[in-house]
Design a protein around this ligand. Structure first.
Ligand SMILES: Cc1cc2nc3c(=O)[nH]c(=O)nc-3n(C[C@H](O)[C@H](O)[C@H](O)COP(=O)(O)OP(=O)(O)OC[C@H]3O[C@@H](n4cnc5c(N)ncnc54)[C@H](O)[C@@H]3O)c2cc1C
Length: 377
């Protein structure tokens, strides 16, 4: 008499939900529009995993925290034991440390490696459908089930999938969230009190992975302008780094004012779909993993017959935490960029006191070492 969850999005939040929900006894189907998993190139994200995320992943992998070299998470990641904020004065050619946290105890991973690890360890009751583009859903009249339409990208065929729960793990531009919050559209620079708009977070970053084993890079036409722009926009050190990076790409970053709910009937938001955030507090991946773990525990606690209580508890545990963390990450971003703040002068790294730098430390992120009740037993 098991229940079935359909997860839209097979990135970190989606795969994490597949682990957590199958551990709670649910059958899980994941729909992912990409045609296959990433193949080896680590281009893109370098992720910081906090100790709680590592512990949760260990539980999904069935290994202990202290398994050392036989621990696949340990092998796929690097220690990130110190967190440091550094300032540079280009004119004086000086760099100095603003703050330093010696007991950081995070692990650093390439997105690809973490994704591969989570994907490769999924249990058999998870069906992962690559190349399936979710297009729409509708709820049964009694809200007992949800039916999804998805396009199989290779054949153009439309398939229908029925489940008891729809998990939206479709990222910061989530089309599922959009169904419930049609006003939650991208607005440049606009802030409206009371309505949570998706917000372009004031900058975009050029990103890429520099392969130190390659002496000369081969510039393509597409990246040529990006590299020329680097010369005029960035510090010489960054411009040099970007010029040496063979495949940079533009990664626009969004955040959003916190939502006031995370579920509607039997549709629930997780990961970036639930709380788009800027990267300044290394939270988004950790939040996604924690969302999944808490959702799984709530479903397990309330049993498949009481979905409403399970989703209510998930929301009450996660919403206050993610809301504060998103706003804190936004604030830290504004501090780091020297932008205006409502309660103090713009941060100036050259004049900043120890107290001024205090807020930059990761350990001051709200709920930094907090473990939700649902994960304690
Ligand atoms: C380019 C990039 C760089 C990043 N860098 C960092 C970083 O350095 N550090 C960090 O902590 N975090 C980083 N992040 C964020 C981090 O990867 C995410 O927070 C984390 O992966 C969890 O996000 P998510 O799974 O909720 O969403 P995403 O990772 O955005 O995944 C959403 C998934 O949904 C799929 N999808 C969307 N719509 C549909 C649809 N209609 N049908 C089927 N599938 C659909 C997408 O293909 C995608 O796989 C980065 C994200 C991106 C995109």
């Amino acid at each position: 008499m098991g229940k079935k969850a359909v997860v839209v999005g097979g990135s970190i939040a989606g795969v994490s939900c597949a682990h957590a929900l199958s551990a709670a006894g649910w059958e899980v189907v994941v729909l992912e529009k990409s045609s296959s998993g990433p193949t080896g190139s680590p281009t893109g994200a370098g992720l910081g995993l906090d100790p709680l995320s590592c512990k949760i992943i260990h539980s999904w992998l069935g290994v202990g925290d202290g398994d050392g070299d036989s621990d696949p998470l340990f092998r796929a990641t690097m220690p990130l034991s110190i967190e440091q904020n550094q300032a540079t004065d280009v004119e004086k050619k000086m760099s100095w440390t603003l703050t330093r946290d010696e007991e950081f105890n995070f692990r650093a991973a390439h997105w690809v490696d973490l994704h591969a690890l989570l994907l490769g360890s999924l249990p058999p009751q998870v069906t992962f459908l690559w190349g399936h583009y979710f297009t729409s859903f509708h709820l049964a009249d009694d809200q007992g089930s949800v039916t999804l339409d998805a396009k199989v990208l290779q054949t153009g065929e439309i398939v229908q999938i029925v489940g008891d729960l729809l998990v939206a793990a479709d990222g910061c531009l989530s089309s599922i969230r959009q169904t419930f919050l049609p006003l939650h559209k991208l607005r440049f620079g606009q802030v409206r009190i009371g309505l949570p708009y998706l917000r372009y977070a004031a900058y975009c970053a050029w990103r890429g992975v520099l392969n130190f084993t390659e002496i000369e890079d081969s510039e393509t036409i597409q990246v040529k302008k990006m590299k020329e722009d680097a010369e005029s926009i960035w510090l010489p050190e960054l411009a040099h780094l970007m010029k040496s990076t063979p495949e940079p790409f533009v990664n626009v970053i969004y955040d959003s004012d916190p939502l006031d709910r995370l579920f509607w009937d039997n549709v629930v938001l997780v990961g970036d779909a639930a709380h788009p955030t800027t990267p300044h507090c290394v939270r988004s991946t950790n939040m996604s993993i924690l969302d999944a773990a808490v959702l799984g525990k709530c479903l397990e606690k309330w049993g498949s017959e009481d979905l409403k209580s399970a989703l209510n508890e998930y929301q009450s545990l996660r919403l206050p935490v993610v809301a504060k963390q998103v706003l804190h990450a936004r604030r830290v971003g504004r501090i780091k960029q020297g932008l205006s703040l409502p309660d103090c002068k713009p941060f100036d790294a050259k004049k900043a006191s120890v107290e001024d730098c205090f807020e930059l430390q990761q350990k001051n992120v709200p709920f930094f070492s907090h473990i939700p009740d649902a994960l304690l037993n």
